[in-house]
Design a binder for this molecule. Structure first.
Ligand SMILES: [Ca+2]
Ligand SMILES: [Ca+2]
Length: 84
């Protein structure tokens, strides 16, 4: 796994150690996937509401395989850490 997060999610978790830690913070029920609801709840908890993030847009871009939830792979790809 890659090391230091350097792109969009670091806006929210800029002190966090690595991507897996960040992913686990979003994956609230620990089933290994981040849903739209989990994403939204986590952002709201961290007072990121003011960013006016369009959750549907985020999910559409991030969910590469189209199953409606983000795997860890989807998650890191969504920030361009891995290309293709
Ligand atoms: Ca989950
Ligand atoms: Ca997916």
């Amino acid at each position: 796994m890659p090391g230091t997060p350097s792109t969009c999610y670091t806006l929210i978790f800029d002190r966090e150690a690595d991507w897996l830690d960040i992913f686990r913070k979003f994956d609230r029920n620990k089933d290994g996937y981040v849903t739209r609801e989990e994403l939204q709840t986590t952002l709201e908890e961290r007072n990121m509401r003011q960013l006016e993030i369009d959750m549907d847009e985020v999910m559409k871009k991030a969910d590469k395989d189209g199953d409606g939830k983000l795997s860890f792979d989807d998650f890191i790809k969504s920030c361009g850490l891995k290309s293709h």
